[in-house]
Ligand binder design. Structure first.
Ligand code: HEC
Ligand code: HEC
Length: 259
Protein backbone atom coordinates (compact mmCIF):
# COMPACT_ATOMS: atom_id res chain seq x y z
CA UNK A 1 0.00 0.00 0.00
CA UNK A 2 2.74 2.40 1.00
CA UNK A 3 4.49 1.55 -2.23
CA UNK A 4 1.57 2.41 -4.49
CA UNK A 5 0.84 5.60 -2.56
CA UNK A 6 4.34 6.86 -3.05
CA UNK A 7 4.21 5.75 -6.69
CA UNK A 8 1.09 7.86 -7.13
CA UNK A 9 2.82 10.81 -5.52
CA UNK A 10 5.81 10.28 -7.74
CA UNK A 11 3.79 10.18 -10.94
CA UNK A 12 1.91 13.28 -9.87
CA UNK A 13 5.14 15.13 -9.38
CA UNK A 14 6.43 13.90 -12.74
CA UNK A 15 3.24 15.16 -14.39
CA UNK A 16 3.68 18.48 -12.64
CA UNK A 17 7.28 18.78 -13.73
CA UNK A 18 6.39 17.94 -17.33
CA UNK A 19 3.58 20.47 -17.42
CA UNK A 20 5.88 22.96 -15.75
CA UNK A 21 8.66 22.55 -18.24
CA UNK A 22 6.30 22.79 -21.23
CA UNK A 23 4.96 26.05 -19.90
CA UNK A 24 8.54 27.15 -19.38
CA UNK A 25 9.50 26.52 -23.00
CA UNK A 26 6.45 28.35 -24.31
CA UNK A 27 7.18 31.30 -22.03
CA UNK A 28 10.80 31.13 -23.06
CA UNK A 29 9.89 31.42 -26.75
CA UNK A 30 7.64 34.41 -26.05
CA UNK A 31 10.15 36.13 -23.82
CA UNK A 32 12.94 35.47 -26.30
CA UNK A 33 10.87 36.97 -29.12
CA UNK A 34 10.06 40.01 -27.00
CA UNK A 35 13.44 40.66 -25.40
CA UNK A 36 16.16 39.11 -27.54
CA UNK A 37 14.98 38.59 -31.11
CA UNK A 38 15.15 42.30 -31.97
CA UNK A 39 18.93 42.01 -31.91
CA UNK A 40 19.73 38.29 -32.09
CA UNK A 41 16.96 37.27 -34.51
CA UNK A 42 13.98 35.00 -33.83
CA UNK A 43 16.16 31.93 -34.39
CA UNK A 44 19.05 33.35 -32.35
CA UNK A 45 21.28 33.26 -35.40
CA UNK A 46 22.19 36.90 -35.21
CA UNK A 47 21.53 40.02 -37.15
CA UNK A 48 23.13 43.34 -37.80
CA UNK A 49 23.03 44.33 -34.16
CA UNK A 50 24.12 41.18 -32.39
CA UNK A 51 25.99 37.94 -32.93
CA UNK A 52 24.72 34.43 -33.56
CA UNK A 53 24.08 32.89 -30.15
CA UNK A 54 22.48 29.68 -31.43
CA UNK A 55 25.31 28.19 -33.45
CA UNK A 56 28.50 29.68 -32.01
CA UNK A 57 30.46 27.10 -30.06
CA UNK A 58 31.70 29.79 -27.72
CA UNK A 59 28.14 30.51 -26.60
CA UNK A 60 27.03 26.85 -26.67
CA UNK A 61 29.81 26.08 -24.23
CA UNK A 62 28.64 28.60 -21.64
CA UNK A 63 26.93 27.00 -18.67
CA UNK A 64 23.32 27.87 -17.81
CA UNK A 65 24.63 29.91 -14.89
CA UNK A 66 26.94 31.86 -17.18
CA UNK A 67 24.13 32.54 -19.69
CA UNK A 68 21.87 33.66 -16.87
CA UNK A 69 24.53 36.09 -15.74
CA UNK A 70 25.00 37.45 -19.28
CA UNK A 71 21.26 38.19 -19.51
CA UNK A 72 20.91 39.60 -16.00
CA UNK A 73 24.01 41.76 -16.11
CA UNK A 74 24.61 42.33 -19.80
CA UNK A 75 28.15 42.66 -21.09
CA UNK A 76 29.47 46.02 -19.96
CA UNK A 77 31.02 48.05 -22.72
CA UNK A 78 29.20 46.20 -25.52
CA UNK A 79 25.75 46.41 -27.08
CA UNK A 80 24.48 43.56 -24.89
CA UNK A 81 22.17 45.20 -22.34
CA UNK A 82 21.44 44.03 -18.79
CA UNK A 83 17.86 42.83 -18.32
CA UNK A 84 17.21 44.02 -14.78
CA UNK A 85 13.46 43.89 -15.34
CA UNK A 86 13.36 40.13 -15.97
CA UNK A 87 12.70 37.81 -13.03
CA UNK A 88 15.08 34.93 -12.38
CA UNK A 89 12.40 32.45 -13.48
CA UNK A 90 11.88 34.35 -16.74
CA UNK A 91 15.60 34.33 -17.46
CA UNK A 92 15.61 30.61 -16.74
CA UNK A 93 12.91 30.09 -19.38
CA UNK A 94 14.83 32.19 -21.89
CA UNK A 95 17.98 30.17 -21.29
CA UNK A 96 16.03 26.91 -21.66
CA UNK A 97 14.60 28.18 -24.95
CA UNK A 98 18.04 29.27 -26.14
CA UNK A 99 19.21 25.69 -25.50
CA UNK A 100 16.47 24.46 -27.83
CA UNK A 101 17.60 26.88 -30.53
CA UNK A 102 21.16 25.69 -30.00
CA UNK A 103 20.06 22.06 -30.18
CA UNK A 104 18.74 22.59 -33.70
CA UNK A 105 22.27 23.19 -34.81
CA UNK A 106 23.73 20.03 -36.28
CA UNK A 107 27.42 20.79 -35.89
CA UNK A 108 29.03 17.85 -34.13
CA UNK A 109 30.07 18.48 -30.57
CA UNK A 110 33.36 17.25 -29.25
CA UNK A 111 33.11 14.03 -27.39
CA UNK A 112 36.54 14.05 -25.79
CA UNK A 113 37.26 13.29 -22.16
CA UNK A 114 38.57 16.50 -20.57
CA UNK A 115 39.98 14.76 -17.48
CA UNK A 116 42.07 12.36 -19.59
CA UNK A 117 43.05 15.38 -21.70
CA UNK A 118 44.29 17.20 -18.61
CA UNK A 119 46.51 14.23 -17.72
CA UNK A 120 47.82 13.92 -21.28
CA UNK A 121 48.59 17.64 -21.35
CA UNK A 122 51.13 17.02 -18.60
CA UNK A 123 52.23 13.55 -19.70
CA UNK A 124 53.11 14.35 -23.31
CA UNK A 125 54.87 17.57 -22.34
CA UNK A 126 52.44 20.34 -23.36
CA UNK A 127 52.63 21.69 -19.82
CA UNK A 128 56.42 22.02 -20.06
CA UNK A 129 55.88 24.95 -22.40
CA UNK A 130 52.27 26.08 -22.08
CA UNK A 131 50.49 27.48 -19.06
CA UNK A 132 46.85 26.62 -18.39
CA UNK A 133 45.00 28.12 -15.43
CA UNK A 134 48.18 29.25 -13.73
CA UNK A 135 50.29 26.11 -14.00
CA UNK A 136 52.72 25.06 -16.69
CA UNK A 137 55.66 26.51 -18.56
CA UNK A 138 56.51 29.98 -19.79
CA UNK A 139 58.08 29.30 -23.16
CA UNK A 140 54.92 29.22 -25.22
CA UNK A 141 51.63 31.04 -25.05
CA UNK A 142 49.24 30.69 -22.14
CA UNK A 143 46.40 28.46 -23.37
CA UNK A 144 43.96 29.20 -20.52
CA UNK A 145 41.43 30.91 -22.75
CA UNK A 146 42.56 29.44 -26.08
CA UNK A 147 39.61 27.00 -26.19
CA UNK A 148 37.16 29.86 -26.17
CA UNK A 149 38.59 31.68 -29.16
CA UNK A 150 39.18 28.77 -31.50
CA UNK A 151 37.10 26.09 -33.17
CA UNK A 152 37.87 22.41 -32.66
CA UNK A 153 39.42 22.25 -36.14
CA UNK A 154 41.70 25.19 -35.50
CA UNK A 155 42.90 23.62 -32.27
CA UNK A 156 43.44 20.28 -33.94
CA UNK A 157 45.56 21.97 -36.63
CA UNK A 158 47.56 23.94 -34.12
CA UNK A 159 48.45 20.69 -32.35
CA UNK A 160 49.00 18.31 -35.26
CA UNK A 161 50.21 20.68 -37.99
CA UNK A 162 51.74 23.59 -36.08
CA UNK A 163 52.84 26.83 -37.58
CA UNK A 164 56.59 26.67 -38.11
CA UNK A 165 57.17 30.41 -38.55
CA UNK A 166 60.04 32.38 -36.97
CA UNK A 167 57.73 33.70 -34.23
CA UNK A 168 57.54 30.16 -32.84
CA UNK A 169 61.31 29.79 -32.51
CA UNK A 170 63.76 30.34 -29.74
CA UNK A 171 66.53 32.80 -30.16
CA UNK A 172 69.99 32.96 -28.72
CA UNK A 173 71.22 36.46 -28.07
CA UNK A 174 74.95 37.04 -27.67
CA UNK A 175 75.93 40.26 -25.98
CA UNK A 176 79.05 42.16 -26.93
CA UNK A 177 80.60 41.30 -23.61
CA UNK A 178 80.23 37.58 -24.30
CA UNK A 179 77.06 36.48 -22.48
CA UNK A 180 74.48 34.20 -24.10
CA UNK A 181 70.76 34.35 -23.37
CA UNK A 182 68.25 32.07 -24.95
CA UNK A 183 64.50 32.02 -24.91
CA UNK A 184 61.79 33.83 -26.78
CA UNK A 185 61.62 37.48 -27.73
CA UNK A 186 58.67 39.02 -25.92
CA UNK A 187 59.12 42.60 -26.97
CA UNK A 188 61.41 44.52 -29.21
CA UNK A 189 61.79 48.18 -30.15
CA UNK A 190 64.54 50.25 -31.71
CA UNK A 191 66.54 50.41 -28.50
CA UNK A 192 65.81 47.32 -26.49
CA UNK A 193 64.92 43.69 -26.48
CA UNK A 194 62.95 41.76 -23.91
CA UNK A 195 63.68 38.06 -23.75
CA UNK A 196 62.07 35.37 -21.62
CA UNK A 197 64.02 32.21 -20.88
CA UNK A 198 62.53 28.75 -20.36
CA UNK A 199 62.36 29.20 -16.58
CA UNK A 200 60.24 32.33 -17.00
CA UNK A 201 62.93 34.89 -16.19
CA UNK A 202 62.79 38.12 -18.19
CA UNK A 203 65.97 39.75 -19.51
CA UNK A 204 65.95 43.35 -20.67
CA UNK A 205 68.79 43.94 -23.07
CA UNK A 206 69.80 47.18 -24.61
CA UNK A 207 70.27 46.87 -28.37
CA UNK A 208 73.60 48.63 -28.11
CA UNK A 209 74.85 45.72 -25.95
CA UNK A 210 73.60 43.03 -28.30
CA UNK A 211 76.13 41.53 -30.65
CA UNK A 212 74.27 38.81 -32.48
CA UNK A 213 70.81 37.23 -32.58
CA UNK A 214 70.48 33.69 -33.81
CA UNK A 215 67.13 32.03 -34.48
CA UNK A 216 66.93 28.31 -33.85
CA UNK A 217 66.16 26.45 -37.07
CA UNK A 218 63.08 24.72 -35.70
CA UNK A 219 59.86 25.80 -34.07
CA UNK A 220 59.65 24.96 -30.39
CA UNK A 221 56.21 23.47 -30.84
CA UNK A 222 56.88 19.79 -31.57
CA UNK A 223 55.82 18.84 -35.08
CA UNK A 224 55.37 15.12 -34.45
CA UNK A 225 52.18 15.12 -32.38
CA UNK A 226 50.25 13.89 -35.42
CA UNK A 227 52.16 10.60 -35.08
CA UNK A 228 52.66 10.54 -31.30
CA UNK A 229 49.04 11.20 -30.39
CA UNK A 230 45.97 9.26 -31.49
CA UNK A 231 42.95 11.11 -32.77
CA UNK A 232 41.24 10.36 -29.45
CA UNK A 233 44.20 11.81 -27.53
CA UNK A 234 43.89 15.04 -29.48
CA UNK A 235 40.09 15.16 -28.89
CA UNK A 236 40.66 14.72 -25.18
CA UNK A 237 43.25 17.49 -25.06
CA UNK A 238 40.95 19.80 -27.03
CA UNK A 239 38.08 19.03 -24.65
CA UNK A 240 40.37 19.86 -21.75
CA UNK A 241 41.30 23.21 -23.32
CA UNK A 242 37.63 24.01 -23.93
CA UNK A 243 36.74 23.15 -20.37
CA UNK A 244 39.65 25.12 -18.93
CA UNK A 245 38.61 28.12 -21.03
CA UNK A 246 35.05 28.04 -19.81
CA UNK A 247 36.14 27.93 -16.18
CA UNK A 248 38.65 30.72 -16.74
CA UNK A 249 35.74 32.68 -18.11
CA UNK A 250 33.61 32.19 -15.01
CA UNK A 251 36.57 33.42 -12.96
CA UNK A 252 36.64 36.55 -15.10
CA UNK A 253 32.91 37.08 -14.66
CA UNK A 254 33.23 36.55 -10.93
CA UNK A 255 35.89 39.18 -10.69
CA UNK A 256 33.74 41.42 -12.84
CA UNK A 257 30.95 40.93 -10.29
CA UNK A 258 33.25 41.92 -7.45
CA UNK A 259 34.30 45.18 -9.13
C1 HEC B 1 20.11 45.73 -28.02
C2 HEC B 1 20.57 44.51 -28.66
C3 HEC B 1 20.57 43.23 -27.84
C4 HEC B 1 19.53 42.65 -27.17
C5 HEC B 1 18.11 43.16 -27.03
C6 HEC B 1 20.04 41.40 -26.64
N1 HEC B 1 21.36 41.25 -26.96
FE1 HEC B 1 22.54 39.68 -26.45
N2 HEC B 1 24.10 40.60 -27.32
C7 HEC B 1 24.07 41.80 -28.01
C8 HEC B 1 25.40 42.13 -28.49
C9 HEC B 1 25.79 43.35 -29.28
C10 HEC B 1 26.23 41.07 -28.07
C11 HEC B 1 27.72 40.92 -28.32
C12 HEC B 1 28.45 41.49 -27.14
C13 HEC B 1 29.94 41.40 -27.32
O1 HEC B 1 30.47 42.21 -28.09
O2 HEC B 1 30.55 40.53 -26.69
C14 HEC B 1 25.38 40.12 -27.37
C15 HEC B 1 25.83 38.94 -26.82
C16 HEC B 1 25.03 37.99 -26.26
C17 HEC B 1 25.47 36.69 -25.83
C18 HEC B 1 26.86 36.13 -26.00
C19 HEC B 1 27.65 36.30 -24.76
C20 HEC B 1 29.07 35.82 -24.95
O3 HEC B 1 29.65 35.59 -23.92
O4 HEC B 1 29.58 35.71 -26.07
C21 HEC B 1 24.40 36.03 -25.33
C22 HEC B 1 24.36 34.63 -24.76
C23 HEC B 1 23.28 36.93 -25.46
N3 HEC B 1 23.71 38.10 -26.02
C24 HEC B 1 22.00 36.59 -25.07
C25 HEC B 1 20.94 37.46 -25.15
C26 HEC B 1 19.63 37.16 -24.67
C27 HEC B 1 19.23 35.81 -24.09
C28 HEC B 1 18.87 38.25 -24.88
C29 HEC B 1 17.43 38.46 -24.48
C30 HEC B 1 17.15 38.35 -23.05
C31 HEC B 1 19.71 39.25 -25.52
N4 HEC B 1 20.95 38.74 -25.66
C32 HEC B 1 19.28 40.50 -25.91
C33 HEC B 1 22.96 42.60 -28.19
C34 HEC B 1 21.71 42.35 -27.69
C1 HEC C 1 58.83 22.57 -26.31
C2 HEC C 1 57.74 23.48 -26.11
C3 HEC C 1 56.34 23.09 -26.55
C4 HEC C 1 55.67 21.91 -26.29
C5 HEC C 1 56.16 20.68 -25.59
C6 HEC C 1 54.33 22.11 -26.83
N1 HEC C 1 54.20 23.33 -27.38
FE1 HEC C 1 52.54 24.11 -28.24
N2 HEC C 1 53.60 25.70 -28.88
C7 HEC C 1 54.91 25.98 -28.56
C8 HEC C 1 55.31 27.21 -29.21
C9 HEC C 1 56.65 27.90 -29.10
C10 HEC C 1 54.20 27.65 -29.97
C11 HEC C 1 54.13 28.87 -30.90
C12 HEC C 1 53.35 30.03 -30.44
C13 HEC C 1 53.18 30.14 -28.95
O1 HEC C 1 54.03 30.73 -28.26
O2 HEC C 1 52.22 29.59 -28.47
C14 HEC C 1 53.15 26.68 -29.71
C15 HEC C 1 51.87 26.79 -30.21
C16 HEC C 1 50.79 26.03 -29.77
C17 HEC C 1 49.42 26.32 -30.05
C18 HEC C 1 48.90 27.49 -30.85
C19 HEC C 1 48.84 28.65 -29.91
C20 HEC C 1 48.40 29.93 -30.54
O3 HEC C 1 48.30 30.91 -29.78
O4 HEC C 1 48.17 29.96 -31.74
C21 HEC C 1 48.67 25.35 -29.43
C22 HEC C 1 47.16 25.22 -29.40
C23 HEC C 1 49.59 24.47 -28.79
N3 HEC C 1 50.88 24.90 -29.01
C24 HEC C 1 49.22 23.36 -28.05
C25 HEC C 1 50.11 22.42 -27.57
C26 HEC C 1 49.72 21.14 -27.03
C27 HEC C 1 48.29 20.66 -26.86
C28 HEC C 1 50.88 20.50 -26.71
C29 HEC C 1 51.03 19.09 -26.19
C30 HEC C 1 50.35 18.06 -26.97
C31 HEC C 1 51.97 21.42 -26.99
N4 HEC C 1 51.46 22.56 -27.53
C32 HEC C 1 53.32 21.16 -26.74
C33 HEC C 1 55.72 25.23 -27.73
C34 HEC C 1 55.41 23.96 -27.26
Amino acid sequence: MVGSASLALWSQSVARTRAGSQATHKDGAKLFAASCAGCHGLDGRGGERAPNIAQTHEVQRLSDAQLTRVVAEGIPGTGMPAFHSLQTSEIKSIVAYLRILQGEDKTPRLSGDPERGRQLFVKVGCADCHMVAGSGGFLASDLSSYGRMHSGDEMRNAITAPNQGPEARTVTVRTRDGHNYSGRIRNEDNFSLQLQSADGTFYFLSKSDVGEIEYSPRSLMPSDYNTRLSSKDVDDIISYLIKAASSSRSDESNSRLED
